[in-house]
Structure formats: structure tokens, C-alpha cells
Ligand binder design. Structure first.
Ligand code: ATP
Length: 251
């Protein structure tokens, strides 16, 4: 259930890579507790940078939030270490479904709990709860992740994030390169997690129609700025959103 309390508040941030490349400018957004929010925009619009600013993974790419602030669950976290944020329930699933190919599906999932010192019994219960959401992964638990399909690898990446018991998941382009049917399956699971466990999501996505069917609210980024926002219903009725992707508004 969505509340009015923000779980994540981004206020006017700027991100600079390598002290010189200004990737996003004055980006502000809010994710309420229990909400699914999407970030829409073309390649290079700044979606990944916005997510990585929130998880503070920009630092791993020589990036820095040089202006503005990020508040998670009421605390300023603009310069907090990513592992501390993860321990506190803010977890990012990077673009490109990163898996450890030489580890089994189950070992990949267990890796998601490493930052948390949880008793074995709880670990197994968490694993079963991930398998309940992703029955496909249970069937393939002993397979090497490197030999699973693209859709299964995306499920592993999300499942691994769930092992950290997240309150907010930052999800970067979950549909990328996947067949429409698998993408629907993944988004249905995201909806289930949101509705049953109250997990909030901030999702970067290029597939506008799909994203707006599952989200409650959306922001449109163009050239590193937020150029539009609204409820998913309002955005879905706009005829010009595709233009942001096709470059029709360039310049
Ligand atoms: P995509 O879907 O292609 O990832 P995006 O909307 O997520 O696009 P970003 O990846 O956030 O966009 O990129 C925003 C801008 O920042 C782009 O101009 C990009 O070239 C630049 N950028 C992104 N990552 C880096 C980096 N590690 N170093 C330098 N510049 C970067």
C-alpha cells in the first residue's frame, strides 16, 4: 500500500563524472513508501546515473554528487557508503543482469545476503521466499548461472537483491534485451513484491507502455534534467512521450 511518506527524496542533485562530465543537473524526485516509480528517458538521458547517485555507486565510476542532497528514510545519505545503504534496505540491481557465471543460481542468491549477518535458518527461509516469487530459479538452483537464459539471469539479479531484505529496490532497465513474455513475467513479480511485501521500487526503463502499466508515478529525463512528471495514468495519456526517445525534441 502506498503512503504519503517518502522513502527516497532526491533534491536538486548534480552528478559529475571524472570532475568534468556533468551527467545530470538539478534532478529532483520522490518515491513514496510502497510506491513503484519509473524513470523514463532515452539512452544517455541520465537514468542510470540518477539510480547510482541514490545507491552511491556513482563513486565506483569516478562520479560524484556535487550539488543537492539525497534523503532515504528521513536520513541524509548523499555520501553514505553503498554497503551501509544496502544494510539499511536500499539495494540496486544494475543494468545488464550481473551474475556470477561460474556460481550456481543458489550461490548467486546467497551472495545477496553476505552484507547481512543472518542466522542460517533465516537465510534458508529468505531463500525459500525468493524461490516462491521465482519458481523458475528453484528448478534451476543447481545450474551454473552462466548457462541460464537472459530472463533467468535478470531474475537471479533481482532475487539476489531480495536476499538483502530491501525496502527500496533501484532497478535499472529490467526489460533490456528480453522477450516480451519474460518481461511481463518479471514485472508481474515486481508487482507481487510491491503489493505483498510493500517493497518500493524506482525503475529506469525505456519501455514506456510497459513501465506505465506497472508504476504509479513517473518522471521523464532528457539530457540530464527532469522535463516532465506525473501519475502513470497522466503520463500514459500523453502523446509526446515517445519523442523523448526518438530524439524528436533534441535541441
Ligand atoms: P542508458 O540507458 O544508455 O544507460 P541512461 O539514461 O541511463 O542511459 P546514463 O548512463 O546515466 O544515462 O548517462 C548520462 C550521461 O552521463 C551520458 O552523457 C553518459 O555518457 C554519461 N556517463 C554515464 N556514465 C559515465 C561514466 N562512467 N563516465 C563518464 N560519463 C558517463
Amino acid at each position: 500500500m502506498t503512503t504519503e511518506i517518502p522513502i527516497l527524496q532526491i533534491d536538486g542533485i548534480e552528478v559529475l563524472y571524472e570532475h568534468s562530465i556533468l551527467a545530470i543537473r538539478n534532478v529532483s524526485l520522490s518515491v513514496k513508501k510502497g510506491q513503484i516509480v519509473v524513470l523514463l528517458g532515452a539512452n544517455g538521458a541520465g537514468k542510470s546515473t540518477t539510480l547510482k547517485a541514490a545507491s552511491n555507486l556513482v563513486r565506483a565510476e569516478r562520479g560524484e554528487v556535487v550539488r543537492g542532497r539525497i534523503v532515504y528514510r528521513g536520513q541524509e545519505v548523499t555520501r553514505s557508503a553503498p554497503h551501509l545503504l544496502a544494510q539499511d534496505g536500499l539495494v540496486q540491481v544494475l543494468e545488464g543482469r550481473h551474475c556470477f557465471g561460474q556460481l550456481t543460481v543458489e550461490e548467486n542468491l546467497l551472495a545477496g545476503a553476505l552484507a547481512h549477518k543472518v542466522p542460517r535458518r533465516q537465510l534458508l527461509a529468505d531463500l525459500e521466499s525468493v524461490y516462491a516469487h521465482f519458481p523458475r530459479l528453484k528448478l534451476r538452483r543447481k545450474s551454473l548461472a552462466g548457462y541460464t537464459s537472459g530472463g533467468e539471469q535478470q531474475m537471479i539479479a533481482i532475487g539476489r537483491a531480495l536476499m538483502a531484505r530491501p525496502q527500496l529496490v533501484l532497478l535499472d532497465e529490467p526489460s533490456m534485451g528480453l522477450a516480451p513474455q519474460i518481461v511481463e513475467e518479471i514485472f508481474e513479480i515486481i508487482r507481487q513484491l510491491n503489493q505483498r511485501e510493500g517493497t518500493s521500487f524506482l525503475i529506469a526503463e525505456q519501455n514506456i507502455g510497459l513501465a506505465l502499466r506497472y508504476a504509479q508515478y513517473g518522471y521523464v529525463l532528457e539530457n540530464g534534467r527532469v522535463v516532465s512528471e506525473g501519475s502513470a495514468g497522466q503520463l500514459a495519456t500523453r502523446g509526446d512521450l515517445e519523442d523523448f526517445y526518438l530524439g524528436a525534441r533534441a535541441g
